[in-house]
Design a protein around this ligand. Sequence first.
Ligand SMILES: [Zn+2]
Length: 417
Amino acid sequence: MFWSKAFIPTLKETPKEAESVSHQLLLRAGFTRMLMAGAYTYLPLGLRVLEKIQGIIRQEMNACGASELLLPALHPLELWQKTGRDKDLGEVMFKFKDRRGRTIALGPTHEEVITDLVKNNCSSYRQLPLVLYQIQTKFRDEIRPRFGLIRACEFIMKDAYSFDQDEAGLDKNYQLMFEAYKRIFSRCGLKTLITEADSGVMGGKVSHEFMAQAPLGEDVVMLCPKCKLAAAFKEGNSLCPKCRIDMDKVNTIEVGHIFKLGIKYSQAIEANFSDAKGQLKPVIMGCYGIGVSRLVSAIIEQNNDADGIVWPGEVAPFDVMVLPLDITNAAIKQEALGLYDQINAAGFTALLDDRDERAGVKFKDADLIGLPLSIVIGKKSIAEKNIEARVRKDRSTVHIPKEELVSFINGQVLKGR
Ligand SMILES: [Zn+2]
């Protein structure tokens, strides 16, 4: 991709409306724009990161045996009335009447819809276990949308649902998801604390939250400084149960939440199956969510410095920035185009900064958007027949022989992953 065609509107000044580091950087580096409070446009760079994250999630979900589908965002309110959650969610739910006078909700989550689907299409124990997931836009009428993608009214989630005939099946699927979540967040370059949590409006008995540490995070987690045990925050309850010492309060962002739902939804919606003896029983469910768009912000909160974003290798919008110092110089331009082709041909993705801008502007923007590696091309590197590579993470500069470019990128990009 050439910068001149990519649409990357970077900003010199920090926008006043942005309260968090990630929100500031997403705006400044040209990844997102706000349409109104809680509703965001993903610009081309932002969309690429989102797609990288979704790719990791799909790989890990498919590896667990989960199957992807896509449920509608428009829900008949009657379905929500069956579980009583239209009342539980209250004003958080966007509702409106269609032209036939029917009340429609914009899906804030999908337990009711998927349970109804399984009820109508799965009636025998032979069809279980079943794990289904989707990556979809959700809608919640937040009182106070804040921090950019962290608390938005329109956001993207991955939600998975397991359907089993017994508790042992649920335990097995829950454990598979638990392990998959650890891999997903680690591949995204995110450090998370895992806490046993309150199931709240979702119901069910057991649930775990995956919390990313970030200064602006609104969820407080207790962390033992000694054994690193994490626990949900409860007033008066600040002693580590193992070490008997005071735990620290840390601010976090919730990025994932998994629940053993049991039969709460299947009972209310009458999603039953006949077991091996022909007896009708409600299916036993689990649900597993990841805030996909929120992850973009959480990753930036943990991966940035004074000059901009420092993308972890696997979620960077491109692997390499090709940075010709003077694009009006024919020899430099030709060299840059050659290296750009070589990098793409080797299976990496490159962004070529083909703008007729001062080198200082290009370096600043390269640091701001934060690709793992920049290849700098100037008269000097051409004369010396080597390549100047700048590693974003540790700000080191390396000079490498031209013929070693691909193996160098390979090492750097894979190291970042
Ligand atoms: Zn401890």
